[in-house]
Every structure is written in C-alpha cells, then in structure tokens.
Design a protein around this ligand. Sequence first.
Ligand SMILES: C[S@@+](CC[C@H](N)C(=O)[O-])C[C@H]1O[C@@H](n2cnc3c(N)ncnc32)[C@H](O)[C@@H]1O
Length: 281
Amino acid sequence: MSDKPASERISPTAYATGQMWVRHGLSHPAFVTPQGERLDRAFGLLTRLTQRLSGVSLDAMMLARHKGIDAVLAQAIDAGQVAQVIEIAAGLSARGWRMRQRYGDRITYIETDLPAMAATKRTLLERAGFLGERHRVLELDALADKGSRSLAAVSRTLDPERGTAIITEGLMNYLDPGTARAVWRRIARVLKQFPNGLYLTDAYFVSDNRNVGMLAFGAILQVFVRGRMHVHFADAGDACAKMAQAGFREAQVYRTQDLDATREIARTKGGDRVCVLAART
Ligand SMILES: C[S@@+](CC[C@H](N)C(=O)[O-])C[C@H]1O[C@@H](n2cnc3c(N)ncnc32)[C@H](O)[C@@H]1O
C-alpha cells in the first residue's frame, strides 16, 4: 500500500464519481472533466467485471447512497429543520447545485473539499455562473482540528440561528477507525452550536457486506486508491451507538429499501448494501 497521505490518494475518486453523477442524470454538463471521463471509463470496466462475476451492481450502490442522502436532506429542509448545509469532501458532486435549484434562497449551501479539489470545483461552478453568497466553495480538511481549513472555522461563516446539516459522502470508509471517530466528534461539536443539527453519511455494515461481490468491490477500490478501506459498523445498532459516543443526541439508519427515493434501486443487488445514517444533536 502507498505511503502517500490518504487524502492525496482518494482525491482522484471524486473525478470518477463526479462523472458517474453526470452519466446518471444527477448532475450538469458543467461538472464534466477530462479526468472524470477517463477514470469513469476505467472504473466502469472493473465494475462491470465485478457485476458479471458476483451480480452486485456498483452503480446501483452509488446511486442508492447519493439519492438516499438527497432524500433525507430534502425531508429535513421541507420540515424546516435545516436551512444551511456544509458538505465535507463534496468532490464533484452536484448535490449543492441540485439543492439550490430546488430550494433557491431558502438554503445556503457550502461545498467543501481539500484545496486542490475545492479550487477545481470553484472554477467549474464559477464558469457556469452557479456560485453566489448562498452557494460557496470553501477549503476544508476534515482532519483539521483548528485553523482556517477546519470545520469549526467554516461553520463560523454560517448563521448560528439556523438549522444546519453536515454531509459526508464517500469519505469515511477511507479513514481508519480512530481518525473517523475524531471526525464524527468534530462534526457533533460543531452541529451543537446550531438550533437543529443533522449529520448525514453513507453507511455500510459488516453484516451486509460479507459476500463476494462487495468484497470484490472493496478490493477494486483499494487498488484504485492504493490504500485500505474500512467498514466502521457491525450493524445498525453499532452505527447508532458510535454516533452516541461521538456526542450525537440520537441517530437513525435508513435502509434504501425503506426510502421512496431509493426503493426501486434497492431491488438491484448492490443498491441494498448501503444505508443512510442520520445523526442529530
Ligand atoms: C470518493 S470522493 C467523494 C466525492 C463526493 N462526495 C461524491 O460522492 O461524489 C472523496 C473526496 O474526499 C476528499 N477528501 C479526501 N480527504 C479529505 C479530507 N481530509 N478532508 C476533506 N476532504 C477530503 C477528496 O478530495 C475527494 O474529493
């Protein structure tokens, strides 16, 4: 495995997923990059092979996680609990653009990532005319406890009187357990400063992912990022317990089979192997 820091190794995956969201109609042509098109093609070859061998569709899994997080976020916005969002490790995801299209000035959306990816995204979104006071791209290092790139610093740019969501998608499984616990504690600490705090992430359980297809997918990703992946939760109960230990008041696991937005995709093998974890302060 590589000696490079995990963050440097996993950044290219954001180009591949960014293109995947475009391919599935969840994005905008402004998010297309040559690297994304190239990596999506390469990754597609491997994932099609996995699907042929095991029946597990990785596109189904990715779509289920992306649409599942959208659905739970939209529920919270519709219910008036959330009006501000910080997306950590947003990569080239178009969720910020889609949510702003849907909710307009009812929400403020801050997309964040490490400096290089944040600069790329800011350039793409600026060029398309998508950015403004209520839709910004900022640098944030999820591992930073203090300083201008810490979550605490970015959260101070928001209105402390409005309900706030923090999202991580496709990040936590690259982090070792100790690092992941520190990230969750940081998120809970920041969310407690707002009247409503909601944390959303994709979650995987050891109990769901012991089969050949998911193991093969994990192996492919580990080759792709030249590093280890980590499944943090034994099952839903363990996920909720870990959120409580991190400082959240309550947590809930949404299975993709149970959400209207993902019920259909959960019928495809792979779409049923990911959950949305929602933790509240
Ligand atoms: C798999 S991509 C996920 C991108 C996006 N969330 C999606 O689902 O399309 C992982 C992202 O994590 C970012 N990243 C890696 N380490 C990070 C860190 N320490 N803090 C913030 N972002 C990080 C990478 O730059 C990359 O954009």
